[in-house]
Ligand binder design. Structure first.
Ligand code: T4K
Length: 399
């Protein structure tokens, strides 16, 4: 419990937690079941290349989100690259800068120019009005990102895309298990791409999936993830190796069996953080729509320095000293990272909401590895730091 300034670890006190509390700590399903699957996989000597666990995983993911086709891939970044190529996107594609760098890299890697559109400060997602302003004769598509799993303005993006004859797809890396107007994410745009990376609430160690209701597209993607093979000795497209392995599918299936308890833990954490932080000056919690299905996998705060008296970066320093490894997702924004910073040095001029948000956002630990007691102590450090911000700043010599 932090009761005096000297207790803060940043000022020489003992850290609130003896061991690091990480953002993105993996949720582990039933170990015994996972081990059984791994042993079975070894007994069968079928380790990859569309094996039985991958097929079962794809079937169960498709059932869960009620989509026609699911193609499991080795990670969402490769999934995005394959999806972009399968849709024949080229020249320029509009994306948010407020996303994980993989969204931009998946385009640039294929020499397609990511055009960064600004976000809506309230939703943290692409602002359709900003998207419209970025459309040029070279634009071929829009990739919306459901940041924190909160759905993009899907209908508005589609309306713009239809009017300009563009294709829309979604980076749904955060949004597995979430719904939009009652329909599961995974059913929108030409296709959507999930991530099942270890840090995602449902994980397959590394992994992802492309989901679509378009039969032809699904077949094309299925061939593309396997070097373009359309049958023995028959290559139909330029392809790559994007296959998910059996051990990843075994982990994915095991995680899927625990999905309800993982979501319940995330929701309980979200409600506990919200309660403990309500009324703390300058702190707001990014809200989830309780009328929709939601995985609650990111615990996001915005810090308004004018009210809190403390900026996000100082709060991060204080938390890190207490062994709470809060993260500044998605600081500083893709447009300020290489190669985009050098290629498009003026991109920030049209990204004022993005630039402001990247200074304010903080991601806190959640998931099954954390409990309410820890959440209470993390919130207590935040509250204590804000109430005592003047003294803390004096002690570390910042005004
Ligand atoms: N699109 C979006 C919108 C995304 O957010 C992502 C990935 C992608 C596309 C691409 O998906 P994948 O190709 O990865 O399937 C992490 C994840 O690596 C990344 O998957 C995720 N987004 C991103 C938001 O977070 P980093 O650079 O923050 O990773 P790192 O190594 O710093 O780890 C994050 C935290 O997780 C740390 O606190 C440590 C903890 N951790 C991590 C691993 C792997 C553990 O406690 N155990 C673990 O096994 O990117």
């Amino acid at each position: 419990m932090k009761t005096s300034i000297e207790n803060l670890a940043l000022l020489g006190g003992t850290p609130a937690f003896p061991e690091y509390l990480h953002v993105g700590r993996p949720n582990i399903g039933d170990r015994a079941v996972l081990m059984e699957r791994i042993n079975d996989m070894l007994d069968k000597r079928w380790l990859t290349n569309n094996g039985p666990y991958v097929q079962e995983f794809e079937r169960k993911i498709a059932e869960y989100v009620d989509v026609k086709h699911c193609i499991a891939v080795c990670n969402a970044t490769i999934g995005l690259e394959i999806a972009i190529r399968a849709l024949d996107l080229k020249d320029e594609v509009i994306i948010p800068s407020f996303t994980f760098i993989a969204t931009a890299h998946a385009l640039q890697w294929q020499e397609i120019t990511p055009i960064f559109g600004d976000i809506n400060s309230a939703t943290h997602n692409l602002d359709p009005k900003a998207v419209e302003k970025m459309i040029s004769p070279s634009t071929s598509g829009i990739i919306g990102v459901h940041v924190w799993g909160r759905p993009c303005e899907i209908e508005a993006l589609k309306e713009i895309a239809d009017r300009h004859h563009l294709k829309v797809m979604f980076d749904a890396a955060h949004a597995f298990g979430n719904s939009h107007h009652g329909q599961m994410i995974g059913n929108f745009g030409e296709l959507e791409v999930y991530s099942f990376h270890a840090t995602k609430f449902l994980n397959s160690f590394e992994g992802g999936a492309i989901v679509t209701n378009n039969d032809d597209l699904a077949q094309k993607i299925r061939n593309m993830i396997n070097f373009g093979f359309a049958g023995y000795d028959q290559v139909a497209y330029l392809g790559v190796n994007g296959k998910m392995t059996e051990i990843c599918a075994a982990m994915g299936l095991t995680s899927l069996e625990s999905i309800d308890s993982i979501i319940a833990a995330n929701r309980q954490n979200y409600l506990a953080y919200k309660q403990e932080l309500s009324g703390v000056p300058g702190i707001s919690v990014a809200e989830y729509d309780e009328t929709e299905k939601c995985n609650y996998q990111y615990m996001i705060l915005e810090i308004d320095e004018k009210i809190s008296g403390i900026n996000r970066d100082l709060l991060v320093k204080i938390l890190h000293a207490e062994n709470v490894l809060a993260r500044r997702y998605f600081y500083p924004g893709c447009h300020k990272m290489e190669p985009y910073r050098s290629l498009y040095p003026n991109a920030g001029l049209k990204l004022s909401n993005t630039e402001k948000l990247t200074q304010k956002v903080l991601s806190l630990p959640t998931g099954t590895s954390i409990n309410e007691g820890a959440i209470y102590r993390i919130c207590q450090v935040i509250q204590f730091s804000i109430l005592n911000h003047k003294t803390i700043k004096e002690q570390i010599n910042i005004s």
